[in-house]
Write a protein that binds this ligand. Structure first.
Ligand SMILES: Cc1ncc(COP(=O)(O)O)c(C=O)c1O
Length: 386
């Protein structure tokens, strides 16, 4: 059977491949330290699980409206107002099967064939492939460690063409851990408005932020920016709910309607009782998030100390998410060779930066215990010095 042109253009996810290799080694009894995973190592908080289980037992197991249960959309609208100073009606919020799905549906709703989408690199592995699936052309904008791996207005202008339709901004960022300041976002918003470019603002790591950094939602800056922005967020990272598959997009009315239509003919609603769990996540106590963030913050500090001790590896201090992006250029290895050799020789799994559009780097995830961080980074030091 022939594969469609659309499917054959895709590159398989390297992050999942690394994870699979490390897991296979572990299954064979090898003592692998996994820094590859992009997911919290905590369990979902009990009150969230209890809410979903209660509704499951009570038979809340049928179709819901495809864009989500009204009470969850209302809770999301409240959250966006309280945390992000964003005014969305519940009808402008579409609940999807994970923020990945939210980004994909958002792109499907606004891109036409040939539309260019600016993606600052290093980028989250799925953005270029999603853009291609939606018929758009990914335009990769390389950023550097010198500007904290962030898009600048100058770079934004340089890569803009008459075909540019949208720019993706991910803050806090995966794999960089970079957090854009309010001023930096305002400067980017100005360029976007000048050229009538839409913004996909992926804010999934919003809550995982350290060292006094502050998260800003670009759509809150002005009515014009709001009208140009699709805001994506979700439950996977702040509430350790990766397997639940729940995210959402908040958008101008006509776009939300288009996403609702798309969704009603593809996945339909996100899982009924999982949505009740998400409702409990937003309506319930938030100390679970505070506790997890405090734990990530401790790990981050230890990662920074241990990386500084290695010395030969440069990196930009992460301010958000749970990743550190290491510049391995001093080793003379490309990112895949570095990651392969590190796994073979020292049994430490990291993700090669080529997956994120930057072959000079590898990504370390500190969604791992302090013990694993100590052991894994001691092994990394040995590897780098050998
Ligand atoms: C930047 C970014 N956006 C979106 C997602 C998707 O999250 P979800 O599990 O909600 O689909 C991820 C997951 O790794 C991510 O890193």
């Amino acid at each position: 059977m022939d594969i469609s042109e659309r499917a054959s253009k895709l590159t398989p996810s390297l992050t999942l491949a690394v994870d699979a290799k490390a897991k296979a080694m572990k299954a064979e009894g090898v003592d692998v330290i996994g820094f590859g995973a992009g997911e919290p190592d905590f369990d979902t908080p009990e009150h969230i699980k209890a809410a979903a289980m209660g509704f499951l037992e009570a038979g809340f197991t049928k179709y819901t409206p495809s864009s989500g249960i009204p009470e969850l959309r209302a809770a999301i609208a409240d959250k966006l107002k309280a945390d992000n100073d964003l005014d969305y009606e519940p009808s402008q919020i579409i609940v999807n099967c994970g923020a990945k799905h939210s980004c994909f549906n958002a792109l499907l709703a606004v891109l036409n064939p040939g539309d260019e989408v600016l993606i600052p690199a290093p980028y989250w592995v799925s953005y270029p492939e999603m853009v291609k699936l939606a018929g758009g052309e990914p335009v990769i904008v390389p950023t550097t460690a010198d500007n904290g791996y962030k898009l600048t207005p100058e770079l934004f202008r340089e890569y803009t063409s008459p075909l540019t339709k949208l720019v993706i901004i991910n803050t806090p960022g995966n794999p960089t851990g970079s957090v854009y300041t309010e001023n930096e976002l305002a400067a980017l918003a100005e360029v976007a408005l000048d050229d009538d470019i839409y913004i996909l603002s992926d804010e999934i790591y919003e809550k995982l932020i350290y060292d006094g950094a502050k998260h800003s939602s670009i759509a809150s800056f002005s009515k014009e920016v709001y009208e140009h922005t699709l805001t994506v967020n979700g439950f996977s990272k702040p509430y350790a709910m990766t397997g639940w598959r729940l995210g959402y997009v908040a958008a101008p009315r006509n776009v939300a309607k288009a996403i609702d239509s798309l969704q009603s003919h593809s996945t339909s609603n996100a899982t009924s009782f999982a949505q009740k769990g998400a409702l409990a996540a937003y309506k319930g106590p938030q100390d679970c998030v505070v506790e997890m963030v405090a734990e990530y913050a401790k790990r981050r500090l230890r990662v920074i100390e241990l990386l500084d001790d290695i010395g030969r590896i440069k990196y930009v201090k992460p301010r958000g998410a749970f990743y550190a992006l290491l510049d391995i250029s001093a080793t003379g290895l490309d990112s895949v060779s570095f990651a392969d050799k590190l796994l073979e020789q020292q049994k430490v799994a990291v993700v090669p930066g080529i997956a994120f559009g930057d072959d000079r780097t590898v990504r370390v995830s500190y969604a791992a215990s302090l013990d694993q961080i100590e052991t894994g980074l001691a092994r990394l030091k040995k590897f780098v010095n050998s």
